[in-house]
Design a protein around this ligand. Structure first.
Ligand code: 5AD
Length: 483
């Protein structure tokens, strides 16, 4: 059938679920009625949907790390450490790369090898191989809500096992992950895969269990200007709402500029609600999560500690509902549980210190927020037009036409012509908009600020030099920043 945003009909979805669950033996243990009963028996403080709602109601910024290792015992220990030593408000399970690519036989070999060597030989936890009962042992290990972090455009089995296993949050979306994490998969197929997951979350909702779905707006983890991230948040949220999702988080990677990050968080919340409302969805809860710097990190614990702390402050004073943390090990790879827990405590302290700060009313903040609105609206309106009102079709056509573009996308179906760069003041701007149809005033606003930097540094404004220099800026040797 042709791609559409329409809610997958009940009987079609039942057939899709049967086929999907038959793809790996652990699928047989998924029983919806029994899984619903398991979620209903969880205390409220272990269910992410109400925990996110409460954080927003109380104006708190929750902390959440990432984390996954290759064995059940290892994963239990990791989740305990993040909960007890890190005081994480939300405890994660990151899946390994084989699981993300649905190469479950290889994941199985990775588990065996991890057990033989007594250390994790996988870069995450292979939840599909372990199955529902093991997932529930993990949920039982902590007194916090748990979320699956799966970095994949193929979430269908992971989602089934994870939700049935008692995980109440799932990070991933059809547009954002497909344009950022995979080369060959079409945007259409990525959207279809997440329509399944969103429809599954809605199925639990129909049975009285509200789950938290979440969109990863950080995209390629480079210098993503807020407007680009927010456009994907709006479109992914509209697609999820069409499947019946009512608790949908939005993530934004930090730009590291305090005004720009605070403006982005507010603008994201406002624009997503504006478009949900315009399409008739008036009851979708959309909290915003801020992410510690997603670009390249310094190989220096001291510099990294500053990024961790600063990131806590940025999230708190931007009014984010939660922050996803990193550690001083970031440049080197996956952190130890202890470093991960330290990153959480550093962040928590910074959130506490920044708790009463807000930028509302500050002219520069208000201007930046209005600017983001002026950047996002014309593009989203064009996408909706291209789809004749259908968000799924409009999105596919918009990427084909370059109306939507993502910087440094690995996906063949994305032009990747748009180039971002950092301006003199530290804001992320658009150096080259590619084929995106921004209004002339928007293009000029960005160009003007970057021309200033090009002039100061004596580089050619019409070359990609500023864009490239901006990629390495945060990770480079501190000494090079000396006057
Ligand atoms: N454990 C902890 N962090 C992880 N990340 C990826 N896999 C894991 C894991 N298994 C983190 C990276 C980076 C982010 C994208 O995810 O370190 O910070």
């Amino acid at each position: 059938t042709a791609l559409t945003q329409e809610r997958i009909p009940d009987d079609a979805f039942a057939a899709m679920r049967r086929d999907n669950l038959a793809r790996w033996p652990t699928g047989a243990a998924v029983d919806l009625a029994e899984a619903v009963a398991f979620h209903q028996a969880l205390p409220e403080h272990k269910r992410l949907a109400p925990v996110m709602r409460r954080a927003v109601a109380e104006g708190r910024c929750l902390t959440q790390p990432r984390g996954g290792v290759g064995t059940l015992e290892g994963q239990k220990a990791l989740m305990r450490t993040l909960d007890r030593d890190g005081m994480a408000d939300i405890v994660p399970l990151t899946t390994d790369s084989y699981t993300r690519n649905e190469r479950f036989a290889e994941a199985e070999a990775g588990v065996a090898e991890s057990e033989r060597q007594g250390r994790s030989m996988l870069n995450g936890f292979p939840i599909v191989n372990y199955g529902v009962a093991a997932a529930r042992e993990l949920v039982a290990e902590v007194e916090k809500p748990t979320i699956l972090l799966t970095g994949t455009s193929m979430p269908k089995l992971t989602g089934e096992i994870g939700f049935a296993g008692g995980f109440s949050g799932y990070l991933g979306s059809g547009i954002a992950y497909t344009v950022s994490y995979i080369k060959e998969l079409s945007i259409e197929d990525g959207i279809r895969n997440y329509q399944y997951l969103d429809r599954l979350a809605a199925l639990y909702q129909e049975h009285g269990v509200e789950l938290h779905r979440r969109q990863p707006g950080f995209l390629t983890g480079t210098n993503i200007p807020p407007c680009i991230a927010i456009m994907t948040c709006v479109l992914d949220a509209l697609l999820a709402a069409a499947q019946g999702v009512r608790n949908y988080g939005l993530e934004l990677g930090q730009c590291l500029h305090v005004v720009q990050d605070a403006a982005a968080i507010a603008a994201c919340r406002e624009l997503v609600q504006e478009y949900l409302g315009r399409l008739g969805y008036t009851d979708v809860f959309t909290p915003v999560t801020s992410l510690h710097w997603m670009g390249a990190w310094p190989y220096d614990d001291a510099q990294s500690a500053a990024l961790v702390s600063w990131g806590g402050a940025l999230a708190a004073l931007g009014g984010a509902a939660s922050v996803t943390t990193k550690s001083v090990h970031e440049a080197y790879g996956i952190p130890t549980a202890e470093a991960n827990a330290e990153g959480l405590r550093m962040t928590r302290m910074a959130i506490y210190l920044a708790r009463s700060l807000r930028l509302d009313g500050l002219p520069e903040y208000e201007r930046e927020k209005a600017q983001i609105h002026a950047e996002v609206r014309p593009i989203i309106d064009r996408v909706l037009e291209l789809g004749d009102g259908d968000v799924a079709r409009g999105t596919v056509r918009a990427f084909e036409a370059g109306v939507l573009d993502i910087p440094w996308s690995p996906n063949r179906h994305v032009r990747g012509r748009l180039l971002p760069a950092r301006d003199d003041a530290g804001y992320l701007r658009i150096l080259d908009p590619g084929d995106m149809p921004f209004p002339a005033e928007v293009r000029e606003y960005h160009a003007e600020r970057l021309r200033d930097r090009a002039a100061h540094e004596g580089v050619d404004f019409d070359s990609p030099e500023l864009a490239i220099a901006s990629v390495y800026e945060i990770s480079e040797e501190l000494r090079r920043l000396l006057p």
